[in-house]
Ligand binder design. Structure first.
Ligand code: ADP
Ligand code: ZN
Length: 525
């Protein structure tokens, strides 16, 4: 037996002894092995995938202490309490402690009594702390939520940039382990570069947990949907994410008055109210939590049965992170995204509101478009998601997402697609979706007349449909790659290669028949 096998055996023993689990999960095994080999490691796992064990188990075996960099001061205590209860010597140092408490813990570290020490990234910038750490045998630095180092990610934190200088300054460089649930190529590249990982083992796992049934529903009456869903599932724990405080308050009131054990959480509430609300949810006193995206980072509740997005999030990273709070225990759970065209306007508005340079803005628009594409795709949603994050997967539909279970017939929309492509071509690919739709509809609006588009042969070519329907078809054609939108606030629709094949009659375009609204209500929201 070689040493690595032996060590994995030891890791297994630590897992039994301290955690009582029979086995590592597949992704954990590879990450633990990589760390035990002494290799820098980048672990990408969905929330709830079991990241903590990936560095905690090696921490017990590696000679010296593991320093855990975590952005969530509020969670450190819980994590450390859980470890100590399990018999693992751990502590945290953060701003909630007195000077004496900090000193005690530093002394314990010096005496070699700690296997794990948790700190926030800001602490790495303090000279005295750096000097203390330089005196210790540090075996490993584990960076949690490592995507925070990247400006491409969705929650960049400057203090994460302190990690690499801190590590490089140590007399003996420890192993560096970085963990996140965010796996876009840009963010992965940034984590490797900005944390200065050396030839890291990179392990992407489990984004598409097969207990999660993903759905995108377009054109629902959202309020009715949530109330009816709660009526059917509201006895189970679930989260409804809404974009604004106002919407959270409104939905919360409706659910309360309909008699549901609903709670709410947003940044407009006091710290105390929020803590109370979160607690009540953790202990199942609140079943349906209505919240903005301020809720959930680091919440360890394994039996969340559904996550409903009342609005489309700004990008796939945010979506997967939030939706991934469902079903951490592996039981069947639902992730439902309620999409309306208004969501696109809202997200564009937010991008415009956000003061940032043009490169980042363009990046935000690109990510938004990928999110929109996900909402319109007729492909298996899980495959679409895994492709987005570059995770290898079988080329096989999941069978449980809203695309896979969609039994509406596929209708041939080749002729409509040809009309749309030809109209865009005649408008010289210089306008947005709205104007294309109104020309096809046959509108005589001032703008249409001003450009002389009423003279185009395609003017009114789809007069039998509403502009909204035309817009929907255009969006489907975008998500299927026939059309593309330019970047920026006022994107222009352009033809892509496959559109040319459709125009030449070499390719047909299929779409699902329109869905009768599940709730029977109007499709406005
Ligand atoms: P993350 O940090 O990735 O969000 P955690 O480390 O908090 O995830 O783990 C999520 C849940 O999965 C926890 O309840 C944890 O105890 C459980 N878990 C982790 N690894 C295993 C395992 N090998 N076997 C069984 N349960 C596990
Ligand atoms: Zn599917």
């Amino acid at each position: 037996m070689n040493t690595q096998e032996l060590t994995m055996e030891q890791a297994q023993q630590v897992l039994h002894k301290y955690y009582g689990y029979p086995d590592f999960r597949e992704g954990q095994k590879r990450i633990v092995a990589s760390l035990l080999e002494g290799r820098d490691t980048l672990g990408i796992m969905p929330t709830g995938g079991g990241k903590s064990i990936c560095y905690q188990v090696p921490a017990m075996l590696l000679p010296g202490m593991t320093l855990v960099v975590s952005p969530l001061i509020s969670l450190m205590k819980d994590q450390v309490d859980a470890l100590t209860t399990a018999g693992i010597p751990a502590a945290y140092i953060n701003s909630t402690l007195t000077g004496k408490e900090v000193n005690d813990r530093i002394r314990a570290a010096r005496r070699g009594e700690l296997k794990l020490l948790y700190v926030a990234p800001e602490r790495l910038e303090l000279d005295w702390f750096r000097l203390e750490m330089a005196e210790l045998p540090l075996a490993c630095v584990a960076v949690d939520e490592a995507h925070c180092v990247s400006q491409w990610g969705h929650d960049f934190r400057t203090s994460y940039l302190a990690v690499s200088p801190f590590v490089e300054e140590l007399p003996n460089r420890p192993i560096l382990a970085a963990f996140t649930a965010t796996a876009t190529p840009e963010v992965m590249e940034d984590m490797t570069r900005l944390l200065r990982l050396r030839d890291p083992g990179v392990f992407v796992t489990g984004l598409g947990r097969d207990n999660l049934a993903m759905s995108v529903l377009r054109g629902e009456n959202k309020k009715d949907f949530v109330l009816q869903y709660a009526a059917a599932h509201g006895h189970e724990p679930g989260i409804v994410y809404a974009a604004t405080r106002k919407e959270v308050d409104d939905l919360y009131q409706r659910l309360r008055s309909a008699g549901f054990a609903a709670g709410r959480y947003h940044a407009g509430m006091s710290d105390e109210e929020r803590a109370e609300s979160q607690e009540a949810f953790l202990y199942d006193d609140i079943r349906v939590m209505v919240a903005t995206n301020a809720f959930g980072m680091g919440i360890d509740k394994s039996n969340v049965r559904f996550v409903i997005h009342y609005n489309m999030p700004k990008n796939m990273e945010a979506y997967v992170q939030e939706a991934g709070r469902a079903g951490r225990d592996g039981e069947p759970s639902e992730c439902i995204l309620l999409f309306s065209a208004q969501d696109i306007m809202t997200q564009k508005f937010l991008i415009e509101q956000n003061p940032q340079d043009s490169e980042r803005k363009a990046n935000d628009y690109r990510k938004l478009q990928q999110m929109i594409d996900y909402c319109y795709t007729t492909r298996c949603l899980r495959s679409a998601m895994l492709d987005y994050f570059g995770e290898a997967h079988e080329d096989k539909p999941c069978g449980i997402c809203s695309s896979c279970t969609d039994d509406r017939e596929l209708i041939d929309i080749t002729v409509d697609a040809q009309k749309i492509f030809s109209c865009i071509h005649r408008m010289r690919e210089r306008f947005g979706i709205a104007l294309v739709a109104s020309v096809l509809k046959g509108s005589r609006s001032q703008k249409v007349l001003q450009y002389g588009f009423d003279k185009l042969p395609t003017h009114g070519a789809m007069s039998g449909r509403t502009e909204k329907e035309i817009t929907e078809i255009v969006n489907v054609l975008i998500s299927e790659g026939y059309l593309a939108l330019s970047e920026g606030q006022y994107p222009v629709v352009r033809l892509q290669q496959p559109a040319a094949e459709v125009l030449r009659g070499q390719r047909e375009v299929l779409q699902r028949a329109a869905r009768a609204s599940r709730t029977g209500g109007s499709s406005r929201d």
